[in-house]
Design a protein around this ligand. Structure first.
Ligand SMILES: Nc1ncnc2c1ncn2[C@@H]1O[C@H](COP(=O)(O)OP(=O)(O)OP(=O)(O)O)[C@@H](O)[C@H]1O
Ligand SMILES: [Mg+2]
Length: 363
């Protein structure tokens, strides 16, 4: 997968800018607050519809403007693709894929595949299960649109179910729950099965990536907390049973206590919980290993590497780890942002340099 170019109009601090990327390493450098992250954020938005930093679309529109437009052209084994997004200050957005408008954000997945890593990704290790679920959900959606749509439906039903659980009329609630759960179990099962199969692939790849980055000194282990196995029909039946068994507790607590919205990933380093015992550097390396594992999984699905975005990722790692990353990304289109000073890491490696200043590429 290669992103050929990127056009930004009224996107954050960019008024009108064009990037023509190299198929290998692209280094986007510049002082703080000049637009390095903004540039790679746009690439990830076009790939997934997700911003690595905000949840509110409107925030990307240049202050005071009505509309922001971003567009990229990419080529993959499947041919050329053009993806464009427009964000409007009134709150809506427009999605165009190869010149055809689509209303469904999920349609973005599978056109441009990308993996994003930044120091913020430390959240993946340190913070709440929600961050780890988010990682899983974006990664799996990039592999399967169907997963994204199942998840959307699952969350919708969970919201409705949780509202129902808070109703005062217990008889009505008990009559209605089985109707919801009939539907819920289907999406629940789809999400669980997809996560299980992803974690099965993630686990050995993450272990391998981490061993590589640490020169075999550390063993990273990743596992899920989900306990459903077998054919889809069996999982659906188990889920229905479990939902029924948890009804009493759900009613007391007023929300659904089991399901994918409560999952987590367990991450250990040499057998210890990395969240509690890992150093900053170890945690960062573990987070990076998860992302490199995602890279390999995407590759095995699509037959080629996705675009790798390393936003400010190098500065926090020691030189040995930086060098190993650069070795690792050979043959992967990579976008690396860094401030001027740490560009020295790239000595000896070929790369295309973009010097960004105040929302413009210095030519
Ligand atoms: N909607 C917006 N409209 C105009 N400017 C914006 C908007 N959103 C963010 N900015 C500006 O973009 C700049 C930050 O850009 P960015 O995050 O890309 O910096 P950076 O080059 O990655 O810096 P650092 O080295 O600190 O990571 C800030 O000055 C911020 O005010
Ligand atoms: Mg930045």
């Amino acid at each position: 997968m290669q992103v050929k170019n990127l056009t930004l109009k009224n996107f954050r601090n960019y008024r009108d800018e064009y990037f023509e990327f190299d198929g290998g390493i692209n280094v986007i450098t510049g002082d703080n607050a000049q637009g390095k992250t903004n540039c790679v954020e746009a690439v990830f938005l076009l790939a997934t519809g997700y911003s690595p930093r905000v949840r509110k679309d409107k925030q990307v529109i240049t202050y005071g403007e009505e509309k922001s437009e971003i567009k990229l052209e990419a080529s993959s084994n499947y041919g050329k693709v053009e993806v464009a997004l427009s964000y409007y200050a009134r709150g809506d957005k427009k999605i165009m894929i190869n010149g055809v408008e689509t209303k469904r954000i999920g349609e973005l997945f599978g056109n441009v595949y990308a993996v994003y890593f930044s120091p913020q990704e430390l959240k993946l290790i340190q913070e709440s299960p929600e961050d780890r679920r988010r990682f899983l959900d974006i990664a799996i959606s990039e592999l399967s649109k169907k997963y994204f749509y199942s998840l959307v439906k699952y969350k919708k039903i969970i919201d409705q179910r949780n509202k129902l659980l808070k109703e005062a009329d217990r008889d009505m609630v008990l009559d209605t729950l089985p109707i919801w759960d009939e539907q819920l179990a289907e999406y629940f099962a789809d999400v669980v099965i997809a996560r299980n199969s992803f974690i099965e692939k993630l686990s050995p790849e993450a272990e391998k990536a981490h061993a590589y980055l640490t020169d075999g000194k550390e063993t990273l282990s990743v596992s899920g907390t989900v306990k459903y196995y077998g054919e889809r029909d069996d999982v659906v039946e188990q889920v229905k049973q479990d939902l029924m068994n948890s009804t009493e507790r759900d009613l007391v607590l007023g929300y659904t206590t089991i399901g994918p919205h409560r999952d987590d990933l367990k991450i250990t380093l040499n057998g210890e919980d990395v969240r509690i015992f890992g150093s900053q550097g170890q945690q960062r390396t573990a987070a990076l290993s998860l992302k490199l594992a995602e890279l390999e999984i995407l590759k095995s699905q699509y037959g080629e590497y996705p675009v790798l975005i390393l936003d400010d990722a190098m500065s926090e790692l020691d030189v040995a780890r930086q060098k190993r990353i650069l070795e690792k990304v050979e043959g992967v289109q990579t976008m690396i942002t860094c401030t001027g000073t740490d560009a020295s890491v790239f000595g000896g490696t070929d790369y295309k340099l973009f010097n960004v200043s105040n929302g413009s590429v210095v030519r």
